[in-house]
Design a protein around this ligand. Sequence first.
Ligand code: HEC
Length: 251
Amino acid sequence: MRTKYSFRALLAAALLLLAGPALAEGEVLPYPFKADPDNIASVQRGARNFMNYCSGCHSMRNLRYNRIGSDLGISDELLKAKLMFTTDKVSDHIVSAMPEEAKAWFGKQPPDLTVETRYRGADWVYNYLLTFYVDPKRPLGTNNLVLPNASMPDVLWELQGLQVLKEGGGDEHAEGGHDEHEGPQFELATKGTMSPDEYRDFVADTTNFMVYAAEPGRAMRISVGIKVILFLLLFTVLAYLTKREFWKDVH
Ligand code: HEC
């Protein structure tokens, strides 16, 4: 009996570990998203977005600039000119210039984002970047739908514009042609420099880059995996033919 109980306890603990952070019960992310870290052009654009709009506050300590360069086909010169703002050594890790005081400014230290998409899920990050909205009750004047009371400023508002949460949200549809992509809850109060479609692409690229950053060896792993499986298949055929050859005179 005792073993049975401890097995159950182990199982429960394992399930808890697997569950990870979750949205509140019944909550669904408003914008479906499927990450595509194999789309190199998108990941390259995402790297540019991240370095320009995020790396001022967020680091990616487990990643080096020249790793991005070799994985994404970006030369050292281009890396230095376009993507590196805090150092000119391509072998450095991506560390933000944000000093310790950041915690006092924002109430929270901006977290390292190297493995963020594995922690929250790519679709969560995508939704996070799409769902900042105006909220006069918050110190910075904005809030976030998937991370309520987020202390991160709405850093992309100039691109996206400012959106407000509609009373009641839910199933009403705006008159505009875009509403089905827009998500039911939001209304754009101030236009940004990008159209809603352009902004969604911008966020998708940024998220794809973050998915790549969380596992830069992914492309290599897949290509090695395919080769290993092909080898095993070939080996099976050879082993079978050898076996037939060896046993053919036995009877
Ligand atoms: C001005 C500083 C600043 C900039 C620029 C910034 N962030 Fe943040 N970010 C923060 C702070 C502070 C938090 C902590 C929010 C909290 O937990 O309340 C945060 C939190 C996050 C989180 C949630 C972390 C978690 O799991 O709780 C993500 C994802 C994120 N930022 C992504 C980005 C991306 C992508 C960009 C660039 C487009 C960006 N941030 C730009 C300050 C910043």
